[in-house]
Design a protein around this ligand. Structure first.
Ligand SMILES: Nc1ncnc2c1ncn2[C@@H]1O[C@H](COP(=O)(O)OP(=O)(O)O)[C@@H](O)[C@H]1O
Ligand SMILES: [Mg+2]
Length: 165
């Protein structure tokens, strides 16, 4: 794996902290950003994605696309529409499934792709700009964000968490 160019760690004591981080990430998004979400079942990958999408203006439900594997959303970023595609690759059985579904074409430098269970997408899943690692820790979650590209660096440099009240 590529060496992290910038790392950021935080403790998220409760779900509202996860929501705040999702909001901070929504404000730091860039078109074409690829975000991997690492962590066990229940670590908060979907909760973080939901918070991000809702803070980015999506109204309505955000569920993990466990069976469909991917779910597209539309947000407005800097005055233009950008597609945010949320993947949950937990049930993906083979790399061919990813290729046959046309997922590779989704990673086109314009769509924002957020991927739960990226480990299941190896070796065909395109590389991330930002890695997010979530771990259950006491009542809350440890989170680590790593920038792995210039785009990821731009994103993490403009991330304001915890938010200034
Ligand atoms: N910072 C936090 N502290 C404690 N519980 C949290 C925190 N963030 C999210 N949760 C809870 O943890 C669970 C995470 O579930 P989910 O987001 O579906 O996990 P995953 O997608 O990683 O399997 C939810 O019940 C959510 O309410
Ligand atoms: Mg999930």
């Amino acid at each position: 794996m590529q060496a992290a160019r910038r790392q950021f760690k935080a403790y998220l004591p409760d779900e509202s902290a996860t929501r705040d981080l999702g909001g901070a990430l929504a404000r730091a998004l860039r078109p074409g950003l690829v975000i991997y979400l690492h962590g066990d079942l229940g670590a908060g990958k979907t909760a973080l994605t939901r918070a991000l999408l809702q803070a980015a203006g999506h109204v309505g439900a955000v569920k993990s696309p466990t069976y469909t594997l991917s779910e597209p959303y539309r947000i407005v970023l800097g005055g233009r529409q950008v597609e945010v595609i949320h993947y949950d690759l937990y049930r993906m059985s083979s790399p061919e499934e990813f290729l046959d579904a046309g997922f590779r074409e989704d990673f086109n430098g314009d769509n924002i792709c957020i991927v739960e269970w990226p480990e299941k997408g190896e070796p065909v899943l395109p590389p991330p700009d930002v890695n997010v690692v979530l771990d259950v820790s006491g009542p809350g979650r440890e989170v680590e964000l790593q920038a792995l590209s210039d785009l990821g660096l731009l994103c993490l440099e403009s991330l304001h968490y915890p938010p200034i009240p």
